[in-house]
Design a protein around this ligand. Structure first.
Ligand code: C5P
Length: 232
């Protein structure tokens, strides 16, 4: 799989999701399904979006004891998604167990991506709540390296970290970057943002774009603009 634009379908129901996806009659976007939609609709939403011909990033961010994550992943592998993820904070052993669970009998598996530190966690929260005293950039890179050592395929990171992740973990280690905005668009609650063209420039492998597409007056045009700026 090469570079792609992943549309964050942060909708509350299948009905809203399909009303949105029905607009795309040409190129079918790579779709991110998060916790809200998955918990509301269950695995059937994944099967239906797949049936309609979309690639899927199932963003459920698993984090539990290795045995539980392994078993959960062995259920998710049957949904035939293209990418799924977990928290690197669950340790290398948990990540290795996740890969075991996710790998099908024929040896294939979806790509597995780690969340390092959530972008909602800042240095202060990390120090005071988690008692992690290292600089946050170092923690992110350390978790990325752990994910790589455990055999994962990449990390979710800010576009500003993508270059450093590639330097530390190799250029084949995937970077999936949210926090993408058009230069003339609304930033919303995202703090550190990049345009699709800048994300391409710094070597992001996938960009995750939500509201700049889902809340656009013309979502198909906004999606095509992302594709043009990021891929073409
Ligand atoms: O609407 P917006 O483009 O901000 O959506 C970004 C998507 O990426 C959302 O689904 C959000 O939960 C997700 N995300 C993020 N920052 C992270 C990890 C995931 O914005 N660090």
């Amino acid at each position: 799989m090469g570079k792609d634009v992943i549309v964050a379908c942060d909708f509350k129901s299948a009905e809203d999701t399909f009303a949105f996806l029905d607009k795309f009659t040409g190129r079918k976007p790579f779709v991110k399904i998060g916790m809200e939609l998955f918990y509301a609709e269950g695995p059937s939403i994944v099967r239906e979006i797949k049936r309609r011909g979309h690639k899927i990033f199932l963003d459920l961010k698993l984090h539990d004891i290795p045995n539980t994550v392994k078993k959960a992943m062995s259920v998710l592998r049957n949904l035939d998604v293209d990418i799924t993820n977990l928290h690197a904070a669950g340790t290398k052993r948990m990540m290795e167990a996740a890969i075991e669970g996710l790998t099908r009998e024929d040896g294939t598996r979806p790509l597995l991506i780690a969340v390092t530190q959530l972008t909602s966690t800042d240095q202060e929260a990390m120090e005071n709540d988690l008692l992690i005293k290292e600089p946050i950039d170092e923690v992110v890179m350390h978790y990325a390296k752990n994910a790589k050592d455990a055999g994962l395929d990449g990390v979710v990171c800010s576009p500003l970290e993508a270059e450093k992740v590639h330097t530390r973990c190799g250029k084949d280690f995937l970077t999936i970057t949210p926090g993408v905005r058009f230069a003339d668009g609304d930033v919303g609650d995202q703090k550190r943002v990049m345009t699709p063209a800048q994300a391409k420039e710094i070597g992001s492998d996938y960009i995750v774009v939500g509201r700049p597409i889902t809340a656009a007056e013309d979502p198909v045009a906004a999606y095509e603009r992302c594709v043009k700026d990021f891929i073409d």
